[in-house]
Design a protein around this ligand. Structure first.
Ligand code: AMP
Ligand code: ZN
Length: 118
């Protein structure tokens, strides 16, 4: 697996920094956000280091698709209500102008009853 020794989320994937795991498979890891913006807030990340969404290449498309497909399933497992009255928000921040702070691609999954913090 391609890890960046200076990357916070690579350290989380390797268990060098603790996290509250939500899901794991061969290529994807999901864990709770340390500073939740909503009652449910977790991050889905590729295990391999990809700095930003714009670093992704065509070969990464299946993995990106799997992250999107996992999001609703894990959202419900984490307590998001199903259907039109419930739901969740998915966010990918890309680069400084996009508000990205951690340079390892991550999909924010936020949900739960309103109001949220942000
Ligand atoms: P972004 O601004 O999209 O780069 O978001 C980075 C997210 O990572 C923020 O929501 C942080 O709260 C979250 N975060 C930072 N450090 C940790 C950590 N050690 N464990 C879990 N989440 C973290
Ligand atoms: Zn990384």
């Amino acid at each position: 697996m391609n890890h960046d020794p200076n990357c916070l989320f690579c350290k989380i994937v390797q268990g060098l920094i603790p996290s509250q795991k939500v899901y794991e498979d061969a290529e994807i890891y999901a864990f709770k956000d340390i500073n939740p913006a909503a009652p449910v807030h977790f991050l889905i990340i590729p295990k391999k280091h990809l700095a930003m969404l714009e670093s992704a290449e065509p070969v990464d498309a299946p993995m990106l698709g799997r992250m999107m497909e996992l999001a609703p399933r894990l959202a419900k497992e984490q307590g998001c209500r199903p259907g039109q009255d419930g739901g969740f928000r998915l966010v990918v921040n890309n680069g400084a102008d996009g508000g990205q702070e951690v340079y390892h691609l991550h999909l924010h999954v936020m949900g739960g009853p309103r109001p949220w913090k942000k």
